[in-house]
Ligand binder design. Structure first.
Ligand code: OSB
Ligand code: MG
Length: 374
């Protein structure tokens, strides 16, 4: 394939309800969508999972646009690409900026799957025709409100509940949840809100039989996580700390993590995500697919990735209606009884609803081999 044309759009979608983590609240989701056109006219879609502020990691929608426009798109336009795995190598001269890289790489995987007449899931080597999913629930105003929200999602069929925690919203919250839902698989995600000095508090969570605790300590720290895991019965799952196969290897060798949350954007794309998956499978470390409040396009990539065999634990890929009044794909992603059916048609397997994309677009720019047009 040869990419001749790339369009970047900045979209703004209003969330059905605000989503609060230990680092901030999302009311709107602003993100970049990337549309790549191959010389034969095939179109592929990618989504940047960078937020509009550097809360989760250092990348933002604007840094992604800068990296794409000034560095990554010029490395891709008009170059012969035989397989999407090559994109990783083409981007090797550029350090980090994984979410920006992943945005293009995802679109190229979509085109490759269409050209080889496979679903994206098949192109990645996935085997499942449905995937098990859970739901991630933000910090609420009160424990009563949280219990109501959890109850609502359990009634919708979600079977694994993840709740966000932070200092002051942790042990009491998890105790109440466990009392009300004695048999539900529950886990907690701290998004790096604690430090090793909080070990006594974190140890109190051990009595609630959590599936895991996600990223309790600093985002760049696998040393203290190893120390913490020695003292904790609850398995630690790293999210923010894992940016590559090498990071995964070191964290596993150190004993910093027993489970890995794979996010395609955080690790620089589907090729690296698959490598981490394969390595973890070999080591007997289960993985699951994280979420970044994606639109239907990013969601479709997550669904495809989750069909790989070592995605043993339910991920955070909930249905479109958990986030949006109207998603940008047709059909929307639907979770029934905690499962999502994997689309079987070539590529991402969902049609992009261009009219809705345009309605959410606040800025747009097109890049061509012969020069840029606005
Ligand atoms: O840490 O997994 C996270 C949302 C925004 C930023 C970070 C995270 C999350 C979630 C939500 O947990 C996952 C989703 O529903 O997409
Ligand atoms: Mg997380």
């Amino acid at each position: 394939m040869k990419i001749t044309d790339i369009t970047i759009r900045h979209l703004k979608m209003t969330m059905k309800s605000p989503f609060t983590t230990s680092f901030g609240t999302f009311k709107d989701k602003e993100f970049l969508l990337l549309e790549a056109k191959n010389e034969d006219g095939t179109v592929g879609w990618g989504e940047s999972v960078a937020f509009n502020a550097p809360w989760y990691n250092e990348e933002t929608l604007k840094t992604n646009w800068h990296m794409l426009e000034d560095f990554l798109i010029p490395l891709i336009l008009n170059k012969e690409i035989k397989h999407p795995d090559e994109v990783n190598q083409m981007f090797a001269p550029i350090r980090k900026n994984n979410m920006a890289k992943s945005t293009i790489e995802g679109a190229i995987w979509d085109i490759y799957a269409q050209q080889t007449n496979q679903s994206l899931a098949q192109a990645l080597g996935g085997t499942k025709d449905k995937i098990e999913v859970g739901i991630s629930i933000g910090i609420q105003n009160s424990i009563d409100e949280l219990l109501r929200v959890v109850d609502g999602f359990l009634k919708e069929g979600y079977k694994r509940i993840k709740v966000k925690i932070k200092p002051g919203w942790d042990v009491d919250v998890i105790r109440s949840l466990r009392e009300h839902f004695p048999n539900v698989p529950i886990m907690a995600d701290a998004n790096s809100a604690y430090r090793l000095k909080d070990i006594d508090l974190l140890k109190q969570l051990d009595e609630f039989d959590l599936l895991m605790i996600e990223q309790p300590l600093a985002s760049d720290d696998i040393i203290d996580h190893a120390q913490l895991q020695k003292e904790l019965k609850t398995p630690i799952c790293l999210d923010e700390s894992i940016h590559s196969l090498e990071d995964a290897r070191k964290a596993i060798e150190l004993g910093s993590t027993k489970i890995i949350n794979i996010k395609i954007g955080r690790v620089g794309g589907l090729t690296e995500a698959k490598k981490i998956h394969d390595y973890c499978e070999e080591k007997g470390v289960p993985v699951w697919c994280g979420g970044m409040l994606e639109s239907g396009i990013g969601r479709s990539h997550n669904i495809a990735l989750t069909t790989l065999s070592n995605f043993i634990l339910p991920g955070d890929t909930a249905g479109s209606n958990r986030y949006w009044e109207k998603d940008i794909i047709r059909p929307e992603v639907v979770a029934t009884d905690g499962y999502i059916d994997v689309p079987q048609t070539p590529g991402i397997g969902y049609e992009v609803d261009r009219e809705t994309v345009e309605a959410y677009t606040v800025a747009k720019k097109e890049y061509r081999s012969g020069g840029t047009t606005v």
